[in-house]
Design a protein. Structure first.
Length: 139
């Protein structure tokens, strides 16, 4: 690698003095139920943002959101990386089947989801980043 280039090391994230965070989504995502970036990160963390949230979602077959999101106040984009993923809305279900398929929904759109295939991976971007939507972990 050329001088000054950084490559994520297995199992180890790096934060440079310039505030550049280099990590691995599969290792960082479980800390916040898949969310890599958003208001919930410490203010001195380069991944802190009140403007946007980004999630790396890795789902086993049959994984379903614990409860529907109602009264949504944000806009969201979900992109299928691998597998098959159902985005469920009150009047229809959108099935993402090919890598790169995506769906966007806006404020006020209730939704849920289901992973149809084993090892389904999606990337979700929501904005703005606001507290209050975290689903409690099952006991």
């Amino acid at each position: 690698m050329a001088s000054g280039e950084a490559e994520p090391r297995r199992g180890q994230a790096e934060v440079t003095p310039e505030g550049i965070y280099v990590g691995k989504a599969d290792l960082d995502a479980p800390e916040e139920q898949g969310w890599l970036l958003g208001y919930f990160r410490p203010a001195d963390d380069p991944r802190h943002s009140p403007d946007v949230e980004i999630k790396w979602g890795r789902h086993p077959k049959g994984d379903r959101r614990a409860q529907w999101v109602t009264g949504e106040e944000r806009t969201a984009l979900l992109v299928l990386i691998r597998g098959r993923f159902h985005m469920e809305f009150p009047d229809r279900t959108v099935i993402l089947t090919d890598p790169g398929d995506y769906v966007v929904w806006g404020r006020g759109v209730d939704h849920s989801w289901l992973a149809e295939e084993e090892d389904t991976v999606v990337l979700t971007v929501r904005w703005p980043s606001v507290p209050g939507y975290k689903v409690p972990l099952p006991e």
